[in-house]
Ligand binder design. Sequence first.
Ligand code: DC
Length: 649
Amino acid sequence: MNTPEFIDLPEILSARGIVRLPGSKSISNRALLLAALAGGGTEIRGLLESDDTSRMREALGRLGVEMTPLGGDDWRVEGVGGGFPVGRADLFLGNSGTAFRSLTAALAFAGGDYRLSGAPRMHERPIGDLVDALRQLGAEIAYLGEAGYPPLAIGAAAIRSGGLVRVRGDVSSQFLSGLLMALPLTGAETAVEVVGELISRPYVEITLSMMERFGVPVERRGERCFVVPAGSVYRSPGVFHVEGDASSASYFLALGAIGGGPVRVSGVGENSVQGDVRFAGALARMGARIVMGPDWIEAGAPEEGKLRGIEIDCGAIPDAAMTLAAVALFASGPTTLKNIASWRVKETDRIAAMAGGLRQLGAAVDESGDALRVTPPAFLVSPHRGIDTHDDHRIAMCFSLASRGIPVRINDPGCVSKTFPGYFARLAEVTQAAPVIAIDGPSASGKGTIAARVAAELGWHYLDSGAIYRLAALAARRAGVSWDDEAGVARVAAELDAVFGEKSIRLAGEEVGEAIRHEDISAGASRIAALPAVRRALLFRQRLFRRAPGLVADGRDMASVVFPDARTRIFLTASVETRAQRRYKQLIEKGIAANITLLSLDLRERDLRDSQRGVAPLRQSEGAYLLDTTDLSIEETVARVLAWSRAAG
Ligand code: DC
């Protein structure tokens, strides 16, 4: 599949609406496994369709479990009633921790020969504590790579039935969950004692409640001991409903809190079994308005003033806590997240990845072994090369929230498909981006004058995209890079040190407003503008101009490429003679000698080059108003544009 390298998110003005959540990943993968092990068929309603659940379904399919899609997000799973039909299989589990840990435990008692492997990152995530626990019951498990980590080979050992098993709980709660879900396969009463602190306890609660739904109540003896009774057998509950994903909900609740709101998520609420619903409480502590119903939660901005930074122990909400780190960008004062050591062994080292991205946005971040302190910047800055997501869905979704304050480029956005394939589409549905008026047209059609006046009338920002191509041409010349050297000019363009002021344009600190208007630089701009790599390198730089309250942008491809969602699109033109006359007048006024015939010729040539080039050729984009200004004054033209803009808004 072709996945995009990046997604550019415009600055969000506000967020409001309703989001139906996809099914919970944790519940979906547990439901698949328990339904597979149970006696009888189970209809699972609202199963999450994502990478992690696909890996689980594929693995169960290879083990001989029959699963049938029922349409929508519903599936029927034929339980095998204990033993898997296939006794020898090679399973690939991607980067799904829930699938890997729970299947390791279930297969350890399955009496077959299995190999379990995953994505490279999965092979860096520890599993030793679970293997140690399973070995206490006689399981035969070998490390095929480094000791303590996947891949694994599981053999058909004789299982010692019953007794006491000790498992560590301070690296991942998935070890305990996986072990508990597998124990009914041994037939005997087994007590599990957790050694050390038990982190992410709410996930264990999900496991216990689901085992009970599938007919196996687990007895608790104190805080750290769980007993699976003798003769426990999973039985299908008939129909099982998957709740919406509470971790996925956190991004939209955060949006409501930072973007005005209200934003409502439906699919989880006060009756949820998922610990991450407590994220709403953390947002409330920051000042957000939170309202909950049985299966929905709504979040809005504080009644008055800003969100405030908090200090919070995140042991119970390890995944949703990442979202708090992003919300911290919009709070007054620092936010400290404590007890988050488990972040280090997730899809990536999440403490390092969050700290890195937050710093790129201008925040001051202190990271210690198991805590993160985020001090928001006075104003956000957006890195030109984008925010790296480290193949971690949550990093991608967290940093999308920064677009409340600034346009952001998220690299490798496809990684959200691990748990939330439609995330960016849902995000666009409940947010309002800064509006754009795109004014395209040929050279000297008056776009610049009109766009700047319209921007001034509206109090919006103004982008002269031609100036950016001119700057790149000038910078290339100064760096001694030939205008034909595509890779060289693209490199210069990507690193352009340009600052646009009210009335100034600076390149590497030097005022160049006049220099970029020289005829040879105009010719150079036209040449480099035909190079695809140069256009790509300048894309995000142009999008960064789209700030609140709105942008008026002029160029050649504003509506077709740079701002394809521009609210108002205008194609401005005038006869070549009129354009030559206007340019002639401009030059003479500046004291520059000019020849009207030569100017006409030059414009014709440039029109031809701009309209015939392979990339982003100059043409009226779909849905654009055509405005011929040959016989219109500047005031008349501005008035037309403003009227169209009002009609669109
Ligand atoms: O609008 P202008 O004359 O300042 O533009 C300078 C050159 O840059 C011109 O030859 C066309 C090119 N350009 C472009 O290809 N795409 C844009 N969006 C803006 C300008």
